[in-house]
Design a protein around this ligand. Structure first.
Ligand SMILES: *Cc1c(COP(=O)(O)O)cnc(C)c1O
Length: 306
């Protein structure tokens, strides 16, 4: 399995986002930058962004974000340790949602995360005043998935001199969602990862194939050494520049329906080239974020450019 990350593409995405939104960009590099490698992504985009978001404090420490960039990371998960010094040492700021968290983390300059509909580790609007006071807080965020969430956020947090941010990738095109900063993750990585495997077998099919006895249209099939234990599901792929299909996935191998010229050693592209995460997501019936992290998790990424 080959996972190749084009850092020039990540950089171009960051550049385009920065120019389009006109407000500071916090690059979301949680989950090891969706499998692309947080340390490598940070190094590639640092001059284009104002800071970072990770999920756990450990992620900022492991990618040495504060150390190598001097910039801050917002830690999105509820603070797991009570000692604010750990955050300060990593130049990380905890996202807090309770008076207790805000009080404990006050020295680490916490950001309040406000619930505008997500209903997951965020502060109910009624508690915001108390949390702001307890943490001496000057920055507020919400995890908005719609403009209604942004409006609700502004009602609670607007007009108080707080720095405000709400938008991830899905709201970047909405000027009214941009506020004082944006927090894109997926949009930074779009088109930057290419995941492929090689055909270890290719043959003309003799009747029904595999566990399920599937029958292809082409009368030819092959096998790759990636299966559901690697996160793969039945869906589209590319071979020799053309669309093919993965009709059945086993534990550690999968069948690929082939065209007549396809042969052993040919590359089967699971993501990249003309196959976007959104294309795969439609067939898998999951979101494109899940496709990206499942497929990039299939191997250690190698990086090209910038
Ligand atoms: C993951 C996350 C983001 C980024 O989401 P994308 O859809 O990948 O851009 C932004 N904000 C919060 C709070 C998140 O958890």
């Amino acid at each position: 399995m080959t996972v190749r990350v084009d850092l020039a593409a990540v950089r171009a995405n960051a550049c385009a986002i920065r120019d389009r939104v006109g407000v500071p960009v916090f690059a979301v590099v949680k989950a090891d930058a969706y499998g692309l490698s947080a340390a490598r992504v940070v190094a590639a985009v640092d001059d284009l962004v104002a800071g970072y978001c990770v999920f756990a404090l450990r992620e900022a420490v492991d990618a040495r974000i504060g150390e190598t960039t001097g910039k801050e990371s917002i830690v999105l998960s509820p603070p797991e340790a009570r000692d604010p010094q750990a955050w300060i040492d990593a130049r990380a700021r905890p996202a807090v949602s309770t008076v207790d968290q805000a009080t404990v983390q006050r020295r680490a300059r916490p950001v309040v995360t406000i619930d505008t509909g997500m209903q997951r580790f965020a502060c109910p609007p009624a508690d915001v005043d108390n949390v702001l006071r307890a943490g001496a807080i000057d920055e507020a965020m919400t995890h908005a998935t719609s403009l209604a969430h942004v409006r609700a956020f502004l009602e609670v947090a607007g007009g108080r001199g707080l720095r405000l941010h709400a938008a991830g990738s899905s709201l970047l095109d909405e000027p009214s969602a941009r506020l004082d900063a944006v927090r894109p993750g997926f949009a930074l990585y779009r088109g930057a990862a290419r995941v492929s495997a090689r055909l270890v077998e290719a043959r003309d099919s003799a009747g029904p194939v595999g566990y399920s006895g599937w029958r292809g249209e082409t009368g030819r099939h092959g096998v790759i050494l990636a299966g559901y234990s690697n996160g793969l599901r039945p869906g589209p792929c590319l071979v020799n520049g053309g669309r093919r299909r993965i009709p059945e996935v086993g534990m550690q191998s999968a069948f690929v329906e082939l065209q007549p010229g396809d042969k052993v050693g040919d590359e089967v592209v699971l993501l990249g080239d003309d196959l976007a995460a959104e294309d795969v997501a439609k067939v898998w019936q999951v979101g494109p974020h899940e496709v990206l992290v499942r497929l990039t998790a299939m191997g250690a990424p190698t990086h090209v450019g910038p």
